[in-house]
Structure formats: structure tokens, C-alpha cells
Write a protein that binds this ligand. Structure first.
Ligand SMILES: *[C@@H]1O[C@H](CO)[C@@H](O)[C@H](O)[C@H]1NC(C)=O
Ligand SMILES: *[C@@H]1O[C@H](CO)[C@@H](O)[C@H](O)[C@H]1NC(C)=O
Ligand SMILES: *[C@@H]1O[C@H](CO)[C@@H](O)[C@H](O)[C@H]1NC(C)=O
Ligand SMILES: *[C@@H]1O[C@H](CO)[C@@H](O)[C@H](O)[C@H]1NC(C)=O
Length: 348
């Protein structure tokens, strides 16, 4: 079991968290930690997934996946993990790196009891690093500090990790993730599907395009939209070439000087990387299934083969299924849902 940055006192809390699975802690007040009182869902235990014969033991055969961990998206995270294990030829060689804004041992025990065999570590993401840099966007959910954690991913996970696949929590993978992992980066920092038909102008404000200096940003590049919810990242290169600082600089421009975009963490990524990424097949991010950012209306699938389904946008499949008004595409998510029930873990 990998406890990562958890100290021994946290192990005690983890055990207490496990105990609470057995008997609800209704009257006991834990003096050890101050926790919010989340309605932490309870999940079924996933089966053990075993490697195929062709799986290597070379360290280069290990696949690193990074995701954020948030109580509100936990059901999505569990489904995403299950989908990857289920479609992997070498599920035992997947390593998960979770970034969590809260030092929350109950999240650790929740994952551990759902996936007892998972190779995973939770890393604390200090939201103070980004809090002062966030400017209000068009959708409140986009302004959560954890939404910005991908910018700090390279500095948060261990330095010996050189490549990682970053994934949002509102998606399922329906193909062997090893195929995406094996992409030839051709020296680029990020590999992701590119969408060159999207009108790139719309991601930035008039003030941006009319500023003689700022509007030169994309000179010499052919910038295209890409979705930052699915990225293969060369974190080694990211660290060496200080990309965290590059993205932060644009967030400072937005916050301190001029409103240059409306969305959350996406535009600063585009400013730094658009037109300079390795394009991968569109099948690896069938995005927008959550609908638009304002209403979350139903959307249908785009034509073509699919390896990954992504409910980006306002609507989330678990919420729509619970409300008994699901979109057709939500039925593609349902088979990965491990949710059993909801229970108050800690009561004041
Ligand atoms: C992959 O998993 C198998 C089975 O647990 C193990 O023997 C092998 O060493 C692993 N490979 C890597 C790269 O960790
Ligand atoms: C292990 O991976 C390294 C680096 O990719 C490679 O140079 C080496 O040949 C591999 N070893 C085996 C036994 O496949
Ligand atoms: C878990 O993954 C790490 C690398 O991420 C590796 O060093 C370790 O051997 C793995 N543990 C198991 C039990 O496979
Ligand atoms: C993209 O949007 C801008 C701003 O609304 C508009 O002026 C431009 O004509 C659009 N470009 C295309 C190719 O549709």
C-alpha cells in the first residue's frame, strides 16, 4: 500500500475512516482533523483486474495517470478508473496519481476500499498556490482551485515521473489507455486532440485581440483549440522549461491587467501551448457530452471511432441519471458507475 505523503498520524485517521464504513460515526467527534461534513458516497468494490501475458516488467511499461480528487466528482473518478482498468491489457501496470485539495484521509480509504489492488498515491494540492490568481469565469464550477491543479501537476508528483496522462473526472475510457500512452510526442510538451475548425478567436476577448502587443502572442503559430481534460504531458520537459510559470504569467495578466478571456483554466493553456502540441486522434476525446457551460443541454456523439467519452460542459451523467432525465449518451457512462449509496461520514 502506498501512502505517499501521508504521515503516520494520517494512517490512524485512514483506519478511523475505514471503521466508519462499518459503523456510522454519529456521536463521535474526531478531534484529530477538522473536516467539512461531506456526503461521501459509498461504492461497490471493483473486481481485481489481472495482466495479460504480454505485459512487460520493464519500468518503461508502467502507465502513469493523474487525476484530481474531489468529493463532488468522486463518483466520476471511480467510474473513470474502472473504465481504464477494464479496457487495459496490463491493468496492474497502471499507476494513479491523485491530486486532492483537502488533506482528506476518507477519500483515500474510499478509493482503497473500492479498488483494493490499485497502485495509487494521493498528493495534497495546496489551493493557496492558485487562489489569488483565479479570475471569475462564466461558470462557477470552473473557478474551483482544483480545476487549476493540472498547471501544478509536474511540480506535485515525484520528480522521477517523466510522462503522465492527465484526465478529468467526468469521462470514461473505452479503449486500452496504453495506446494513448505510447504516443510519439515528437519533442512536444503536450499531446492531445486538436480542433482546428473551432473558431479560435472566440476563446479570447475583444480587448485581447485589439491590444497590439497581446494579439501578437500567436504569431508564427497556427493555434487550434484543444481540451485540457485529456492530455499526455511530458512533465520532465514541463519542469525544465518552467511551463508552470508561463501559464501563471497569463493568469496574472488576466487578473491584474486586462480581462482577456472568459473561461477558467483553459485559455492560459491555449495562450502558452496552442499551435505547439502533438495532435492525437479525435477518438481520444469525444468531449462536450455534458452540453454547453450554461445550460448543459443534451448532445449527441460526433461521428467516428471513440476511445474516450468526456462529459465536459455543465451536465454530468451521474446527476442527470439520478434526476431521471438522462441524455442518451449518459447510458454509455452508467455501466461504469460503482455508486451504492450515500452516507454522512462525519457529523458535527
Ligand atoms: C506489471 O505488473 C506485473 C504483475 O503485477 C509485474 O510483474 C510487472 O513487474 C509490472 N511491470 C511494471 C513495469 O511495473
Ligand atoms: C527497458 O526500457 C529501456 C528504456 O525504454 C530500454 O532501453 C530497454 O531495452 C528495455 N529493456 C528490456 C529488457 O526490454
Ligand atoms: C506502483 O507504482 C510505482 C511507480 O509509480 C512503482 O515504483 C511500484 O513498484 C508500483 N507498485 C506495485 C505494487 O506495482
Ligand atoms: C470567428 O469569430 C469572430 C468573432 O465573432 C468572427 O469575426 C469571425 O468571422 C469568425 N471566424 C470564422 C471563420 O467563422
Amino acid at each position: 500500500m502506498v501512502f505517499g505523503s501521508f504521515t503516520s498520524s494520517h494512517v490512524v485517521v485512514v483506519l478511523l475512516g475505514l471503521l466508519s464504513l462499518l459503523q456510522p460515526l454519529t456521536s463521535i467527534r474526531l478531534g484529530l482533523v477538522r473536516l467539512p461534513s461531506p456526503d461521501l458516497p459509498v461504492f461497490r468494490e471493483a473486481p481485481a483486474f489481472r495482466n495479460g501475458k504480454e505485459c512487460g516488467s520493464n519500468e518503461s511499461d508502467r502507465i502513469n495517470v493523474a487525476m484530481t480528487l474531489d468529493v463532488n466528482y468522486l463518483r466520476g473518478t471511480m467510474a473513470a478508473v474502472l473504465s481504464m482498468l477494464q479496457h487495459s491489457t496490463c491493468p496492474e501496470n497502471l499507476s494513479f496519481y491523485f491530486l486532492s485539495a483537502h488533506d482528506a484521509p476518507e477519500l483515500f480509504s474510499s478509493i482503497k476500499s473500492t479498488f483494493p489492488y490499485l497502485n495509487m498515491t494521493i498528493y495534497p494540492f495546496n489551493s493557496n498556490r492558485v487562489r489569488g490568481k483565479i479570475s471569475k469565469s462564466i461558470r462557477q464550477a470552473l473557478d474551483q482551485p482544483l480545476n487549476y491543479a493540472r498547471i501544478y501537476l509536474a511540480d506535485t508528483i515525484p520528480e522521477n515521473v517523466q510522462r503522465v496522462i492527465y484526465l478529468d473526472s467526468d469521462l470514461v475510457v473505452v479503449d486500452d489507455i496504453a495506446k494513448l500512452w505510447g504516443v510519439d510526442m515528437e519533442g512536444k510538451i503536450v499531446a492531445a486532440p486538436e480542433y482546428c475548425h473551432a473558431n479560435f478567436t472566440l476563446y479570447f476577448t475583444k480587448q485581447f485581440w485589439s491590444d497590439p502587443v497581446l494579439s501578437k502572442t500567436f504569431e508564427g503559430r497556427k493555434p487550434c483549440y484543444f481540451n485540457t481534460g485529456v492530455m499526455v504531458m511530458d512533465v520532465n520537459k514541463w519542469r525544465k522549461e518552467k511551463y508552470t510559470e508561463k501559464v501563471e504569467e497569463w493568469m496574472d495578466v488576466q487578473k491584474q491587467h486586462k480581462r482577456i478571456y472568459h473561461l477558467g483554466s483553459l485559455p492560459p493553456f491555449l495562450l502558452v501551448l496552442a499551435g505547439n502540441i502533438k495532435a492525437v486522434d479525435h477518438r481520444w476525446n469525444q468531449h462536450g457530452l455534458g452540453g454547453d457551460n450554461l445550460e448543459g443541454k443534451c448532445r449527441s456523439l460526433h461521428p467516428g471511432p471513440i476511445s474516450l467519452l468526456h462529459w465536459s460542459g455543465k451536465g454530468k451523467p451521474w446527476l442527470r441519471l439520478d434526476s431521471r432525465k438522462p441524455c442518451i449518451v449518459d447510458h454509455l457512462w452508467a455501466p461504469y458507475d460503482l455508486y451504492r449509496s450515500s452516507r454522512h461520514f462525519f457529523e458535527e
